[in-house]
Structures are given as C-alpha cells and as structure tokens.
Design a protein around this ligand. Structure first.
Ligand code: PLP
Length: 504
C-alpha cells in the first residue's frame, strides 16, 4: 500500500465541506446538530474521524447499515420488485464523503467521456439528447440507426470487493484512504427492516455499498484491465515517477531499471503483444533508459497453420526485432531476449540463451558470473550445440508444435461445447496456456478448491497470477503435461464440476 499507510490528516475544512454537500438524514447524531455546534461540533467530529483514519479501525456501529425495502409497485411481494434504501450513521457518511472528494480526481480520468450515469453534471437527459440528435441526423440523411440496450442485471450487487481494491491500488490512492475503503467494505454488516422489525446483521461479501456516496465512483471504476498486455501509459507514468525518485543515484550511461515482460504466448494469459505495442515498448525503454528483459520462453512454440498450404507468417514478432541498431537512438540497445530449452527439450537440462546487442553481450561476457566459467553447464551446452548443428532440435520442435496444437485445439473445442454461457477465452495461437474468464460473479479460487476436492481437477486460479489479488474470476489452463485424450476427459469434467459448483 502506498507509502506505508500515507495520507494527510483530515482537516476541519474537509469536514465542513462534506457536511454542506450532504442531504440531511435521521440518525442519533444528526448533521444539523453538528452544524449547530459550529466550531466545537466540527472540531469533535474532525478529531473522531482522524482517530478512525489513523488507526484504520472503524467502530462496529459505524459499519452497520439498515436496509429498507420500498416496493416499486403497490402490493409487490418479490424481492426484484423492491428498491432498497440504506440507513447508516451520519458520521460514516461524512467520512465517506471526505474520502470520495479526495479520490474523485484520480478516478475521473478513468471514466469514459461518453458515460453519463454517475458523473457530475451529466445524466440520462444528456444521453437522451445525444441519442435524439443522432436519430434526427440519421433520418435527415435517410440512414438506418441501430440501438443496442444492455441491461446488466444486479450490476451494483455483483461488484467484487477485491477487484475494486485492485483498481484503486493501480490509481495510487493514498494508503489510509484505501484502508478505510477496504475496512468499510470488508467489515460492513447490514440488516433488513420490514414493518418495524429488524433482522439480525449479516456480513456483506459482494457489491458496492448500498446508499454509500462512494459507490457510484467505485462502480464506474470497475472495468476489466487491458487484454492487450501491459498498459503503456501506466508504465510510462510509473517509470517517470520512479526515475524522479532515483535520479540522484543514476549514472547517465547505465540502465537504472529493468522491465520484465513475457510478450509472446505469455504465461499465464497466452496473449501476444501486437507489433505496434512492441515498437512502443522499445520507444519507452529508450525514453526512460531502462532495459527490457523479454522472457521469450514460448515464442518458438507457435502452432502450424491448419491449412498446410498457407504462407502466413505465424511466428509472432519479438520485442527485440524492434530494437534496431540502425535507429539513431539505439544507444547500446535496450532489449535482452531470454530463451530456454526447458520448454522444448527438458527443464532438467538447465540451459538457455540470451540474445541482445553486441555492446550488451560484450558487457555480459565480462561479468564475473560468465568469466569464471563455473556457472555454466558446459557438458550440456556442447551436447545441445551438436543437436542444433545436426538439426535435431528443429525436428523435435516441429513435432512438438503439431502435438501441442492438437492438444490446444482439443481443449478449446471441449470448452466451447461444454461450458455454459458467460465464459470468455481467446484461442491461443501457440504456447501452453489458455486464460479462461469466468462470469464476473465467480471466485475461481473457491471453485479451484471445489474442483480439486470433488473432481480431482487442478488449475491455477487467477488471483495466484496477480500481484494485486485481481483476476479473481479467471483461470489458467495448461496443456503441457497431459496428452490429448486426458485433456478431453479432464476438460469435460472441469465443465461438469463448474455446473455442479453453480448448483450449490
Ligand atoms: C515465463 C517463463 N519463464 C521462464 C520459465 C522457466 O524457464 P527455465 O526452466 O529455463 O528456468 C517458465 C516456466 O514455467 C516460464 O513460464
């Protein structure tokens, strides 16, 4: 968390502004009372809020809400036909309003220009106006207009708390602000009140908080991260801020940081960076004087085209291909491509290779590790050198590509035929991994335990592949260690396990 729970103390002015912006509600301590006590009241509340803010501990009463169900139509009996309003302490509302005002500027840039809901100074009427204008123009030009309405059922209630925290961390929200949001979300309890009878308080594990001023902002932020690899703007920003912090220690001709990426058939997502993205990465590395270490461990494992007469290039571009020595800003080169025989021959041989510029190779061979000669496996190196010379490695690779393509095709076919709706995956064009996105409300960590215990099916749940507890609804499936027949039975059972899990 940022700066070990950093965050400026709450000021009296922030409390005053929050109170002014609040709708007055009923509570044992009303906002009117605090306002009436003027400086004394504001001072007391500021003191209390700072105690909560510094300790990160919220008194139980303040994390409780009571939901009241209002029927949407007279005589409604089903849950769906009710709208809930939420009653909570005024002190909690003031605190959340302050946090909302603090983080709003960081959340704003993440919200698309077109979004009209949950955005200040915009609303449904703006969206309707835009739509009417578009329709009028289309009518004038005698063109067809197609409208698509998507209604996300219970969208607010399906938001995963972990995912919100991941998004907030990526926005570099102050540690103490993040801690308050986390506590409010993890420790919230709520009871239903119907006709003056109140139920017992229950933990709420999912959804944005009912009636909380932060909810619209957090809901707007709740978007999946990029499916095309690392976010280049975020990387640019991160490198800029880190570089400022490290400037005093830097020598001009030295790389001050290393960026490690798997850009072809990545582990765990199987994704490939597009050529343009590779080009941009090299540009960024040159701009910030950092070294890109690209783990090209899977790039040779592309699958042969289904049509053998096809002449399409199938081996994806490597980042290294865009670090051209003829470029005026090439310098000493900014990319090291790392290869390994682990995936093509056997992990046990512990042999790999590096590919980079002449200047960097010269530096690397002078390193103590290389010069001492003691760190390399010379026997195995010689053996593989001859296997390469005789074309044995190429022959073996050609066989593997056919075998792995068969396995991957089988896995994708079975998934397509046996998974219920709501899943997403991209058919990998090489490598060992398939990244499966479950419906948003599924926690794959929980499902992984279920499928292992009940069906003996093991896969890697997404959270284990995320540094920020994200990807909770994703899974990595692998084809490397099992043959086609076992993949067929295993994936069928995996799909059955899921259906079974949903029935629980
Ligand atoms: C991205 C990546 N790099 C490196 C390795 C391991 O390579 P080696 O066995 O040569 O250490 C793996 C193996 O799982 C991998 O997925």
């Amino acid at each position: 968390m940022k700066n070990n729970f950093a965050g400026p103390p709450i000021m009296k002015e922030e409390v005053e502004t929050a109170i002014k912006k609040m709708k007055h509600g009923k509570d044992n301590i009303s906002v009117e009372l605090i306002e009436a006590l003027e400086d004394f009241g504001i001072g007391k509340v500021t003191h209390l809020l700072n105690e909560i803010y510094d300790s990160g501990e919220i008194p139980t009463d303040l994390s409780k809400s009571i939901f009241i169900a209002l029927p949407k139509k007279p005589g409604a009996t089903e849950c769906e036909l009710h709208r809930t309003i939420s009653l909570m302490s005024q002190i909690t509302k003031i605190l959340l309003k302050i946090i909302m005002l603090r983080i709003r500027n960081k959340i704003k840039p993440e919200i698309a220009e077109e979004q009209c809901g949950f955005v200040e100074d915009k609303g449904t009427s703006n969206a309707i106006y835009i739509l009417r204008t578009l329709i009028e123009r289309a009518l004038e030009a005698q063109k067809d207009v197609y409208l698509c309405f998507i209604d996300y059922t219970k969208a607010f209630d399906r938001v995963r708390h972990n995912e919100i925290i991941t998004q907030l961390k990526q926005l570099n929200i102050d540690g103490k602000d993040l801690r308050i949001i986390k506590t409010m979300y993890w420790e919230q309890t709520a009871a239903m009140r119907i006709e003056n009878k109140t139920s017992t308080f229950q933990d709420i594990k999912r959804g944005v908080r009912q009636g909380c001023v932060l909810s619209p902002d957090l809901f707007s932020l709740y978007i999946p991260s990029s499916e095309t690899g690392v976010d280049l703007d975020a990387l640019d920003e991160k490198l800029s801020s880190l570089q400022t912090a490290h400037r005093s220690n830097q020598k001009r001709d030295r790389f001050w940081a290393v960026v490690y990426l798997v850009t072809v058939f990545s582990n765990p997502t199987g994704l490939i960076y597009a050529p343009d993205k590779c080009k941009q990465l090299v540009k960024l590395a040159r701009k910030h004087n950092v070294l890109l270490v690209i783990d090209d461990v899977y790039n040779l494992m592309w699958f042969p085209p289904s049509d053998p007469t096809s002449h399409c290039p199938i081996a994806p571009a490597r980042v290294r291909a865009f670090d051209k020595s003829t470029d005026p800003d090439f310098g000493a080169g900014h990319v090291v491509s790392v290869g390994t025989f682990s995936k093509y021959l056997s992990p046990g041989i512990r042999l790999g290779w590096l590919e980079t510029s002449d200047k960097l190779i010269a530096k690397l061979t002078l390193s103590g590790l290389a010069a001492s000669g003691g760190s390399f496996n010379h026997y195995m190196s010689k053996l593989i050198t001859w296997a390469l010379k005789f074309g044995l490695v190429d022959q073996h690779l050609a066989k593997l590509r056919i075998e792995y393509k068969r396995r991957m095709d089988k896995m994708c076919d079975v998934l397509e035929n046996h998974l219920p709706k709501g899943f997403k995956f991209v058919r990998p064009q090489g490598g060992f991994y398939l990244w499966l996105e479950f419906p948003k409300n599924v926690d794959t960590f929980e499902f992984a335990q279920f499928s292992a215990e009940r069906y003996g099916i093991i896969f890697i749940p997404g959270v284990l592949a995320s540094p920020t507890d994200g990807c909770y609804n994703c899974a990595r499936l692998s084809i490397s260690g099992i043959n086609e027949a076992k993949i067929e039975t295993g994936i069928k059972e995996f799909c059955m396990a899921y259906k079974d899990y949903c029935m629980m």
